[in-house]
Design a protein around this ligand. Sequence first.
Ligand code: PEP
Ligand code: MN
Length: 366
Amino acid sequence: MNIELDITPLKDWGFNFKNPLVISGPCSAETPEQVMETVKGVAKHPLVSVIRAGIWKPRTRPNSFEGIGVEGLSWLVDAGKEVGLPVATEIANAKHAEEALKAGVDILWIGARSTVNPFGMQEIADALQGIDVPVIVKNPINPDLELWIGGMERIHKAGIKKLAAIHRGFSSYVKSEYRNKPQWEIALELRRKLPNLPIICDPSHICGTTEFLLQVSQKAMDLNFDGLMIESHINPKVALSDAKQQVTPTELYALLDALVLRNTSTDNPFFLNKLDELRDVIDSIDKDVISLFAKRMGIAREIGQYKKENNITIFQSDRWENIIKSRISEGTDKGLSEDFMESLLNNIHSESIRSQTETMNKVEAN
Ligand code: PEP
Ligand code: MN
């Protein structure tokens, strides 16, 4: 499906956004001092263009800190005024939207637990109908690109063109080194489908701790994301939410300074020539790879036919075990990663099975 949304580029949102656009501030507003001190600290870095703070916090379990509520809005707005930066907060329903706008919040974002709910998204969209406020939509907690796009379409239908996405990773039952698995391919697919949509990475919620924040932020920059949302707190150890993943303003400064920012393009003719040459090689290798795959698939079909004539089942697990083991080791010997080899082989195998099943079930014409 081809989607076309009329989206205003970040440079025309009416703020003085830097590139990359960095959004920082506490996970939650806790006290006026905590907000003000954090904001004054993070605003010192020239890349920080927007201040964030959560006012209403969607928490997994009840009885944990669920946000300070409306009174925190003025702390956030005042802190933004103090440093001369626009402020953003999360809204989860029409009432939040109304209160945030009344308090003078400049940018609204919709959290991962709200994006999953089309009724909730529609309610927010209806509340924003005809209002010129920028909205940033976080990915849903489950890896469902259509749901993410659908949420943004609802907001866009309400007339909002200052629209952006935040990639904050996807929840998984299986324990991993991430709090939320990045599954970068989903964000890249979003970029392919909506090339004009700004995408900001939220390494804080992807990582869950501060350990790999820089690596994840760097990866987002190398993948051409438009910005970063990084949680910060004047004293993370005592933070009422997401204590493990927040950085101090000083740590944020160091992290942003350590980022290597690369150009997205160049007009240097030597570079472009060399790049063209290498791309030609890739194009011709891809052609060979595709014709080899087609040839392999033809043989798989022939085997299917042969099995059919001899009344043998399609799947033979010991043969497949062997293929997996030997090919993975051939691939890793040549410097290809085990994960890549495994997913490539699984794809090939399921396509072979599909086509052999088709052959088996084909009614022969006399
Ligand atoms: C947040 O940004 O503090 C937040 C609650 O994020 P998410 O919706 O990504 O969980
Ligand atoms: Mn948080």
